[in-house]
Design a binder for this molecule. Structure first.
Ligand code: DQA
Length: 142
């Protein structure tokens, strides 16, 4: 199974960004533990701070990979282009967030991704990504 984690803006700063919300672990370290834990999965990682680069990566992965795990970060709440890209592709997308966006500011309650996503996992810290991987494994066993 081939999955890709796509992270949006500022998620390259995990580990030192607003640690009370996002924790102290870097995504690189966390991603290494995921790769070790799910060795049977071809697991890739892409991060960009640029909206168009995220759209391009979603399009590239969207007809080839078995699943996309997408944390579009702040673009979740603003980007019709990323929402349209998610709707345009065939690969199922699971939207993830580290924090519980519904317990935060009102502007974080809106998502342009959710309508096109297969499901949404949020509020479990970095474990949200692991739960998303598990959802694809469970699906492949059904
Ligand atoms: C986030 C939540 C967004 O509101 C925020 O802009 C982020 C991270 C999360 O994973 O909790 O950058 O997507």
């Amino acid at each position: 199974m081939k999955l890709i984690v796509i992270n949006g803006p500022n998620l390259n700063l995990l580990g030192k960004r607003e640690t009370a919300i996002y924790g102290t672990e870097t995504f690189q370290d966390f991603f290494s533990t995921l790769q070790f834990k799910f060795q049977e999965i071809d697991l890739e990682y892409f991060q960009s701070n640029i909206e168009g680069a995220l759209v391009t990566k979603i399009q590239e992965a969207g007809f080839d990979y078995d699943g996309i795990i997408l944390n579009a970060a702040a673009y979740t709440h603003t980007s019709i282009a990323i929402g349209d890209a998610v709707k345009a592709i065939e690969t199922p997308v699971v939207e993830v967030h580290i924090s519980n966006t519904f317990s935060r500011e009102d502007f974080r309650h809106q998502s342009y991704i959710s309508a096109g996503a297969k499901g949404v996992i949020l509020g479990f810290g970095l474990q949200s990504y692991e739960l998303a991987i598990q959802s694809f494994i469970l699906k492949s066993k059904v």
